[in-house]
Design a protein around this ligand. Structure first.
Ligand SMILES: *Cc1c(COP(=O)(O)O)cnc(C)c1O
Length: 382
């Protein structure tokens, strides 16, 4: 079976009412920052995850920026973050003049290592005037951002029991985890503010977009205010603080409403792909999978395998028109973050980066294409 067509990694799947809803925006002229689809999309995302309010944003990075700002992160603060994440998490911290404080990844879950976190908080921090301080330099630690890497989650009960001993606000970067649950509770509902992304490679897409979710009415109102230029008067250009033009436009929200209608079927398809890959690739060469806790039901966003033959496999797949990607380069290897504090013992993030490979996981992938991917992996390293 030769592969004629390029198999992408994770691409949008426009398969429902998106066209109809967008056409309605174009026909009525409601294409910009006001319109009914924005509100509908916000409500659909919030109600899907079980949060009371949703606030749309232009992308996930902007959503994280506002969530951190509203959590009280200030200039020169540290924000604790996994060294292994997509760069947007770290950038959103920098936008506030704060600095990521990096923690290594757990070798099995590929999420922030909770042992390292617990030890760090216990031994290297102190509480002063209601703030958490990094003892060595006296700087404040303003927040912690757990990232649900690849749509998976770590032990949330343990995480929350660790952080609740400290004055340390949590902001979940749930951008990859729409549809993932821990003990039946959705990712994005474990912190006062959490963010989702609807970039082209995510489980649903608006082209580009994001949503902040919260149960707190005051935070929801403030988030809406800040993302919409902080205009404080309905009929005058009176703005009462420095706002942002982070609005998601109605046309894109219309795509989002169509995509939300499809989300349950997308999650189902992602899970089918995950179980197919796991069955077929178990025991092939030295392939390992990201581990999942029994409390976690993941959305299977982007299937990723681990093998010491990463380079050989990557080259073979790409020659055979099967798009695969290495993991994100750890933050401490990027020029802007190379001098950040990095709490680690074995630098697992580097090992994961050097051994992991994401393979095609679009919801539109066919069974035949899944078969081709598996056969080529076996041909390369099996
Ligand atoms: C996608 C993503 C973001 C940000 O999303 P954008 O919508 O592309 O700005 C942030 N963090 C992580 C971990 C992501 O995967």
């Amino acid at each position: 079976m030769s592969n004629e067509k390029f198999i992408p990694l994770s691409v949008p799947n426009i398969a429902g009412n998106e066209w109809k809803y967008v056409k309605e925006c174009l026909d009525t002229g409601w294409i910009s920052s006001v319109g009914t689809y924005v509100t509908r999309f916000e409500e659909m995302v919030a109600s899907f995850v079980g949060a009371r309010y949703g606030i749309a944003a232009v992308n996930g990075t902007a959503a994280l920026h506002i969530a951190l700002l509203l959590s009280g992160v200030k200039q020169n603060d540290y924000v604790i973050l996994s060294n292994l994440t997509f760069v947007a998490s770290a950038n959103s911290i920098k936008y506030l003049g704060a600095e990521p404080l990096l923690i290594d990844a757990d070798p099995d879950l590929w999420q922030m290592d909770l042992d390292l976190l617990e030890e760090f908080l216990e031994n290297e921090t102190d509480e002063r005037n209601g703030s958490l301080i990094y003892i060595k330099d006296g700087r404040r630690i303003g927040a912690i951002m757990p990232v649900h890497i690849l749509g998976n989650m770590f032990d949330m009960d343990r995480f929350l029991s660790i952080v609740k001993k400290y004055p340390l606000p949590v902001v979940e970067d749930s951008t990859e985890a729409l549809g993932t649950t821990y003990k039946g509770k959705s990712a994005g509902t474990f912190s006062p503010l959490a963010c989702f992304s609807f970039n082209g490679n995510k489980i649903i897409s608006t082209g580009g977009g994001g949503v902040i979710v919260t149960d707190d009415e005051a935070l929801a109102k403030h988030a809406k205010h800040l993302t919409t230029t902080a205009k404080a008067s309905p009929d005058e250009y009176y703005h009462d603080e420095i706002g942002y033009n982070y609005r998601l436009v109605n046309v894109l929200a219309a795509i989002g409403v169509g995509q939300m209608e499809l989300l349950p079927s997308f999650i189902k398809r992602k899970k089918e792909c995950v179980s197919f890959y796991k069955n077929e690739l178990k025991g092939v060469a030295d392939i390992r999978f990201q581990q999942e806790l029994k409390e976690v039901d993941t959305n299977g966003w982007l299937f990723t395998i681990q093998t010491d033959k990463q380079h050989q496999l990557l080259a073979h797949l790409n020659v055979n028109k099967i798009l695969s990607r290495r993991f994100w380069m750890p933050m401490n290897k990027l020029p802007m973050y190379k001098d950040c504090l990095y709490v680690q013992q074995r630098n697992n993030a580097d090992y994961i980066y050097n051994t992991c490979l994401s393979i095609p996981s679009s919801t539109s992938i066919t069974d035949e294409e899944l078969g081709i991917v598996v056969n080529e992996i076996k041909a390369a390293i099996g």
